[in-house]
Design a protein. Structure first.
Length: 315
């Protein structure tokens, strides 16, 4: 009887906790600096969570190590629903970094936010008008093209490695702490090529400040019209990415479900879907926290295989 009474008390306590949540500001952590897709999706979903929950949601950028600094910070935070993470690199980072300060089990998946592709862009002063011209030059001049990368373990890092393997070429890669600094390097002419997530460079492309050559999908992307897919461009390869919300492991499921419902409602709004599409991505909320966890687990083998095949690694 005492055990039943204790279980009933715990259930009641969890229900009260969920009903009283949130009663203070929520911190949403992102592992990249302002200007990239991680920052864009984080600020977008932070606004929607704030409106739905009637709370202040504060975005904090903790850049570095392919998002691992932010992930470790959240993993070691209190599991109370007030410190969350927007991330998509866990399966990648665990195959690239030897001494991470966290494990995937240290998180509770909440909801996927968006999926997208990367774009290969070049500095406007380069002569390359299409992918074949770039590949021809790179094969004849190995290492002479400088590639601006958005950090070890990032989606652009893997996309560039996959492209190099498919095209039989080699760039000299310069690592930056995110897509924003990498873009500025490309525009300045310090680097000549860059793979970037679509939100990072869409504005620059529209303004004519950099030239797109290909998206890292075989058939192209409906959200990024006018840029050929890799098969059409003549070097078939594929590399996509996604972002999703996590809480520290041990966060009460009633709070996790409330956060999922708020995120899903926000991502279902036509105006939010349109804003995400304008950045070359698709809103893609998971059906439930459990469904998101299953999706993550299902893709781990393919990510591990892609990393091995591409040769991407942290030096």
């Amino acid at each position: 009887m005492r055990l039943l009474a204790l279980l009933a008390a715990l259930a009641c306590s969890a229900s009260v906790l969920g009903q009283g949540y949130p009663n203070k500001p929520i911190r949403l952590i992102v592992g990249y600096p302002p200007g990239g897709s991680g920052d864009f999706t984080t600020r977008l979903i932070a606004d929607e969570l704030g409106k739905d929950l009637g709370a202040t949601v504060i975005v904090e950028n903790k850049a570095g190590a392919g998002g691992s600094i932010a992930s470790e910070f959240v993993a070691k935070s209190a599991p109370d629903g007030y410190t969350l993470l927007n991330q998509g690199n866990h399966a990648i980072n665990r195959n690239l970094y030897k001494n991470l300060g966290y494990e995937h089990k240290d998180f509770t998946p909440i909801c996927r936010v968006a999926v997208g592709t990367t774009i290969l862009v070049v500095n406007n002063e380069t002569p390359f008008k299409n992918l074949q011209e770039l590949v021809g030059y790179a094969r004849a001049n190995p290492g002479k093209l400088f590639n601006a990368a958005a950090g070890f373990g990032s989606a652009p890092h893997l996309a560039a490695a996959a492209f190099e393997a498919a095209a039989g070429i080699k760039f000299t890669t310069i690592q930056f702490k995110g897509g924003g600094p990498a873009s500025q390097s490309l525009i300045a002419g310090d680097t000549q090529v860059m793979f970037a997530t679509s939100p990072t460079v869409t504005g620059f492309i529209k303004a004519g400040r950099m030239r797109p050559l290909v998206v890292s999908m075989r058939k192209g992307s409906p959200s990024i019209p006018g840029i050929p897919g890799s098969e059409e461009a003549g070097v078939p390869f594929e590399s996509t990415f996604w972002f999703g919300l996590y809480a520290p492991a041990g966060t009460p499921m009633e709070i996790v479900r409330r956060l999922h419902a708020a995120a899903a409602r926000g991502l279902a709004k036509p105006e939010i879907r349109e804003r995400i599409a304008q950045q070359g991505m698709d809103a893609s909320p998971s059906a439930s926290p459990e469904a998101f966890a299953a999706e993550i687990a299902a893709e781990v083998p393919s990510i591990e295989a892609a990393i091995r095949a591409s040769g991407a690694k942290v030096d």
